[in-house]
Write a protein that binds this ligand. Structure first.
Ligand code: SF4
Ligand code: SF4
Length: 279
């Protein structure tokens, strides 16, 4: 079972949910946790294991042989990311925009484009600890997209029975890559106008991609009628309302899992049961 934890924006408690959910499942089953927030991965703060292996991830970046190029502009016209410019006597390739898709070299009629590997980030794989195996994607500063890193992390976890994916915030192509092929998404939001605006974006994304989803309202401090109406109108299931609590905030900001406190374990046990990941 593959479950992704998403939120429309940062700071809603996505990593808090992912790590505590993984730890709760791990009381009974082995679980693989993928930290797909490649620009700011932080699951390792809570899992506290040691790095076992580092895997460098590269992209194939095109290079143009000017002497073979006819200046037809097929490559620049078809590069979706605007990573190539062809001029009368020269050209420019913007590495930081290139997604390494290989289209330009494939369609070049003069075979003028060759590719070379460029490192864009790493995957840190941690030693299994208390039934949790963590893989963490880390994008190099200045790189455009964590998609290739997320794709490789998913391959590493392919044999795992239960996978929790901590998604990047928002609804970018990295989020799309994270949720491709999953069984269910948990959308984390908070009961504020911003929370409602941002959860709507991920509700639409999951709907468009036909991914089943449920909602967790985090930092709940009394109902926000507009949000309740929104979920009711769209027939969206809210599986948990985690109360705003100073104790939970303090535990989290000190890098501690809240399920280690007996009083909070039942919150995650009930989420796991309601999505059918434990019985
Ligand atoms: S497609 Fe090939 S031949 Fe045409 S401009 Fe690009 S590199 Fe040159
Ligand atoms: S590899 Fe893809 S993204 Fe990169 S320059 Fe070529 S067409 Fe554009």
């Amino acid at each position: 079972m593959k479950i992704a934890v998403l939120s429309g924006k940062g700071g809603t408690g996505k990593t808090f949910i992912s790590t505590n959910l993984a730890a709760c499942i791990a009381k009974r089953h082995k679980v693989t946790l993928l930290d797909c927030d490649t620009e700011e991965p932080n699951c390792s703060i809570f899992i506290k294991s040691k790095i076992d292996e580092k895997t460098e991830i590269s992209l194939k970046i095109p290079h143009i042989d000017s002497s073979a190029c006819s200046r037809c502009k097929k490559c620049s016209d078809n590069c979706y990311y605007g990573a190539i410019s062809i001029f009368k006597q020269s050209h420019m390739i913007f590495d930081f925009l290139c997604h390494g898709c290989g289209l330009c070299s494939y369609i070049c009629p003069c075979n003028a484009i060759k590719e070379s590997e460029k490192p864009i980030g790493i995957i840190n794989s941690y030693i299994e600890k208390e039934n949790i195996t963590l893989h963490e994607g880390l994008l190099n500063i200045g790189q455009a997209s964590g998609v290739p890193i997320i794709r490789e992390m998913k391959k590493k976890a392919a044999d795992s029975e239960i996978i929790i994916l901590d998604s990047p915030p928002g609804s970018s192509c990295s989020v799309v890559e994270t949720i491709k092929g999953i069984d269910m998404a948990l959308l984390v939001t908070e009961p504020t106008p911003y929370g409602l605006h941002d959860v709507d974006a991920v509700v639409n994304l999951c709907t468009d991609m036909r991914i089943p989803f449920v909602v967790i309202i985090n930092k709940d401090c009394g109902s926000y009628e507009k949000m309740d109406l929104y979920f009711a109108e769209k027939d969206i299931r809210v599986v948990s309302r985690i109360p705003f609590s100073e104790e939970i905030s303090e535990q989290s900001s000190n890098g501690r899992l809240i399920i280690d406190a007996k009083s909070s374990f039942h919150i995650f046990e009930s989420i796991c049961k309601s999505i059918g990941v434990i019985s």
